[in-house]
Design a protein. Structure first.
Length: 453
């Protein structure tokens, strides 16, 4: 399922160590550090969970131009990140921990930011989502009026789960499910605190937001679902003793969105979400999530993963070149175009039409060569570093994921007439056309082959 996560991403860092002595000049423990672990937190953690569950995830977020943002990108391979300029530092939350206790947390860059700038790519990712999760951590992305309008529009058609924050903005009214924890719900609704007030708080909030339902989460007690006219439903759970409760709420909202996106009803989705959060904690919480494959490849090292390759070249300040086409019956004209494309930058990714895409464009007889073989032949060329297969008619989505600096198109097109040109311009890229080489074409080859029989 294509799920768009919208929200604030921060860098979580665990500094792990042991304590065996006190500091001689102050009565504080000395931590001997054994490891630093970095994770994408907030909306980034939701995106990582959904990607791990096998969904196609786009993360619309705001990042600064800094080392923390670079680390966040590195920790989210496979997630398509649409980062708006936050014009503020990327927040970092550092937890200092020993095996059996948290020692302290150090927050940096968490001061109030301006409302981030939101670009068209972010709005487009909202408008093509099959389910949406908003993970608000109070950093003002959800205040942006155009983004809110896009969320409201899309939420009329697909489920939207909104996890609110005390410093955040109110959910859009088309939200299917809003998921405050009990403290957040009580504070927002102005009720007494504690689970006894969950139902009253949920009802008030549902009326105020105009959303379909509110799910108040109650930690080890589970959650309470309030859906308009229906009587509130208590969803209990088996408490687990969680060594690290961080991320339970994120697991809950990602599971709820996936269930609703699949077509489950609210109660079914809420039950599944509660069970999923419990299972996550029982398995050890964030520590149980798989470490992302490291993409810190040495400069210039080839990788077959087109997105990771483009990202690492971007990060090193290199030029990413992409070229597109069907490449059915590879011929010398193709090879010359691709070699010229590779010379324009530091890596070349070929955006290749899938078999279905070729069939739709060129008719039922095509492709002659199956996708798998077309990929293999392209990768065998020295000038091709990676191949990204796309299934749509046009390469726009593949390009959004790669964000190349240069897009090379072979054939008799003028740059201005290509639909990709404005897209490339939106991130400062350029489109280049390379004329076809006379006498070489797949159609001619195919006709000649037919004569040979
Ligand atoms: N100790 C526990 N045992 C079983 N399930 C739990 C426990 N703690 C949390 N959960 C599950 O996780 C869900 C979310 O937890 P909680 O109410 O603490 O949310 P939260 O405060 O938003 O969490 P987070 O700190 O991750 O944002 C709960 O509704 C429940 O289903
Ligand atoms: Mg929460």
């Amino acid at each position: 399922m294509r799920i768009t996560v919208v929200g604030d991403t921060l860098l979580d860092e665990d500094v792990e160590g042991t304590i065996e002595r006190l500091c001689p000049d102050a009565p504080v423990p000395v931590v001997d550090v054994s490891a630093h672990r970095f994770r994408a937190g907030g909306a980034g953690l939701v995106a990582a969970m959904l990607h791990h569950d096998g969904h196609e995830v786009e993360l619309v977020t705001a990042l600064g131009d800094d080392e923390a943002a670079r680390r966040i990108r590195e920790r989210l391979p496979g997630v398509s990140i649409i980062a708006c300029d936050s014009a503020a530092p990327t927040p970092v939350k550092q937890r200092v921990r020993t095996a059996d206790q948290a020692v302290c947390r150090i927050d940096e860059g968490c001061g109030p930011p301006p409302v981030p700038r939101v670009d068209d790519l972010a709005l487009a990712a909202v408008s093509r989502a099959e389910a949406i999760v908003v993970s608000d951590y109070g950093r003002r992305l959800t205040e942006h009026p155009e983004l809110r309008a896009a969320l409201q529009r899309r939420a009329l058609r697909v489920p939207l789960v909104w996890d609110p924050h005390p410093r955040g903005t109110e959910p859009v009214s088309a939200a299917r499910l809003v998921t405050p924890n009990i403290d957040e719900a009580a504070a927002a609704a102005g009720t007494g605190r504690g689970a006894a007030h969950a139902s009253e708080a949920a009802e008030r909030l549902r009326e105020r937001y105009g959303c379909a339902a509110v799910l108040v989460t109650l930690g080890e007690l589970g959650a309470l679902l309030h859906e308009g006219e229906r009587a509130p439903v208590e969803i209990t759970t088996d408490p687990v003793e969680a060594a690290d409760p961080c991320g339970a709420g994120d697991r809950l909202i990602s599971a709820a969105a996936a269930a609703l996106g699949r077509g489950a009803g609210l109660e079914e989705a809420a039950r599944e979400a509660v069970a999923s959060a419990r299972a996550y904690l029982a398995a050890g919480g964030v520590a149980s999530l798989p470490e992302p494959e490291t993409i810190e490849a040495p400069a210039g090292a080839p990788t077959d993963d087109p997105i990771a390759l483009a990202r690492s070249v971007h990060e090193r300040g290199g030029t990413v070149v992409a070229a597109g086409g069907c490449f059915d019956l590879l011929h010398a004209g193709h090879v010359r175009t691709l070699a010229a494309a590779r010379d324009m930058g530091d890596c070349l990714v070929v955006c290749l039409n899938s078999d279905d895409s070729v069939r739709r464009l060129k008719g039922p007889e095509r492709p002659i060569i199956r996708e798998h073989d077309r990929v293999e032949m392209l990768l065998a060329l020295n000038c091709v570093d990676a191949v990204l297969v796309f299934d749509e008619d046009g390469p726009e989505r593949a390009l959004e994921r790669l964000r190349p600096h240069v897009w090379v198109k072979g054939g008799d097109y003028t740059v201005e007439a290509l639909p990709e040109t404005p897209l490339l311009r939106s991130w400062g890229g350029t489109t280049v056309t390379v004329p076809y080489h006379l006498g070489r074409s797949t159609t001619r080859l195919a006709t000649a082959l037919a004569r040979v029989g």
